[in-house]
Design a protein around this ligand. Structure first.
Ligand SMILES: Cc1cc2nc3c(=O)[nH]c(=O)nc-3n(C[C@H](O)[C@H](O)[C@H](O)COP(=O)(O)OP(=O)(O)OC[C@H]3O[C@@H](n4cnc5c(N)ncnc54)[C@H](O)[C@@H]3O)c2cc1C
Length: 429
């Protein structure tokens, strides 16, 4: 039986997870969902609500992937920037994407309320600027979002205000986004799992899909020990997608990223660090993203490594980044450290679509998946039930390039790009 990585999240669950059986015989269904993270569970929930008979297959245990390991930070917008989408594809598509990204954030609160999920959700997040130039960009962006999209949740913080809100002198200023927030991702994921099961979704764990065969009568999904005959499938494997050879693998690049979690903060400094319990994301290319847990530990993510060869180096790098933001935490012990894979696309817009009338997929959330995965599942589900929707058409318009070469070539290429970006951060370019 596969277990979760040794993370703070796995250690702080309120109740033990119920396990599901392994697929070892033949079943049939309307929809087979591959992947038991936020995207797969969201697709399954929406489809079961509309009356489909749904089976979900997870190669490990539900929540084992990025959904059970992430920083828990909820942000709207897409990583590429809505202004970039507007310049490249026009106002109407940008408005559509903006509205989708807003619905993504709202959907989290709706599901927490609907399914009574206890996952320590808190509101508010700060984008912190590491240079005066970046602060100016943030200011312009918040004015643009207010004027163009009517988004009123942003508040500009000057240098003094941001240092009080964050408890760090590192930043030139920041933007408080009251629409952002954070949660305990594994609790949320398992809450979605329970909701899906209550709606009749049959989940199988330790059931890795090894092959997908397409026939005129439907799809055959094979695991090592079992088989599903399904009318349609949804591929929700994100960065862990490997070997299914469906023709979408080259659209995403898996990148390893690490999070450290300290022991609970000393009481003497608790009120000086993130007193309003916001989460923070700063402007380094390898962004630092951090927040407090409900037990007042610092959960700090940062290092992104495109090569898995130097895991120890990446761990040290994350701790160095933490010490730079919070020198007052240098002596706080790191009690947990874990890593996981994010999937980026070349333009950092999620790749959501259909390969044909029977195969749907969503991946490449490029570090913004806590919110976007939920709406992605809803979009796929609506497509499965109603055919191509206006949301699917919107994503189809955004063209995704393949990462060049195979996996072996993609890694060194991205290491080089990333090293150049880090250098620019160091010199505040
Ligand atoms: C360390 C880390 C920090 C992050 N922090 C943030 C953050 O703060 N905010 C944010 O918005 N995003 C963050 N992200 C990204 C976010 O977690 C992801 O975008 C999101 O969880 C993706 O969800 P998913 O369901 O698509 O994929 P996953 O949760 O990765 O689920 C995919 C599942 O598919 C399964 N699978 C793969 N292949 C098969 C197969 N052949 N058969 C059966 N099952 C299969 C995997 O085992 C996995 O469980 C972070 C990611 C990481 C790794």
């Amino acid at each position: 039986m596969s277990l979760y990585p040794d993370s703070y999240y796995a250690a702080s669950l309120d109740k033990s997870k119920t396990s599901s059986s392994t697929l070892n015989e033949e079943h049939s269904c309307d929809l087979c969902v591959i992947g038991g993270g936020f995207t797969g569970l969201s697709t399954a929930i929406e489809s079961a609500k509309k009356g489909l008979n749904v089976i979900l297959l997870e190669q490990n245990i539900i929540g084992w992937g990025a959904s059970g390991r992430n920083g828990g930070q909820i942000w709207n917008d897409v990583a590429w920037g809505i202004d970039v989408i507007e310049k490249k594809y026009g106002e109407s598509l940008a408005m559509k994407m903006w509205n989708i990204s807003q619905s993504a954030v709202d959907l989290i609160d709706e599901r927490i309320a609907e399914f009574e999920i206890n996952c320590d959700k808190k509101n508010g997040g700060i984008h912190a600027a590491t240079s005066a130039k970046k602060m100016k960009e943030y200011e312009n962006d918040s004015i643009y979002k207010r004027n163009k999209y009517g988004y009123e949740q942003l508040e500009i913080l000057d240098r003094k205000e941001v240092s009080v809100e964050i408890g760090s002198k590192l930043y030139y200023g920041g933007i408080l986004d009251r629409g952002a927030g954070h949660l305990h991702p594994l609790k949320y994921c398992l809450g979605l799992m329970e909701a899906a099961q209550k709606l009749g979704v049959q989940c199988f764990e330790n059931s890795c899909v090894v092959k997908v065969n397409q026939h005129s009568s439907g799809i055959e999904v094979l695991t090592k020990q079992g088989k599903i005959k399904s009318k349609k499938i949804a591929v929700c494997c994100n960065a862990y997608l490997d070997g299914l050879e469906l023709g979408i693998e080259n659209k995403i690049m898996p990148c390893e990223t690490y999070i450290v979690c300290t022991e609970p903060l000393d009481e003497a400094i608790q009120n000086t660090i993130l007193p309003n319990n916001y989460c923070v994301s700063d402007t380094n290319f390898d962004l630092n993203y951090y927040r407090l847990s409900s037990s007042k530990r610092m959960i700090f993510g940062g290092a992104v490594g495109y090569s898995l060869k130097n895991v120890e180096g990446l761990k040290k790098r994350t701790k160095r980044q933490l010490d730079k933001v919070y020198p007052q935490l240098v002596n706080h012990k790191i009690e947990y450290i874990w890593g996981g894979l994010i999937a980026i696309t070349v333009n950092r817009v999620p790749d959501i679509g259909m390969l044909n009338d029977n195969i749907y997929y969503a991946h490449g959330f490029s570090g913004h998946g806590v919110a976007f995965t939920g709406i992605a599942g809803k979009i796929i589900s609506e497509g499965i039930i109603n055919g191509k929707t206006s949301e699917l058409e919107a994503f189809e318009k955004i063209k995704h390039k393949n990462f060049p070469g195979g996996r072996l070539f993609r890694m060194p290429l991205l290491v080089t790009i990333s090293a150049m970006q880090r250098m620019m951060d160091v010199f505040n370019v």
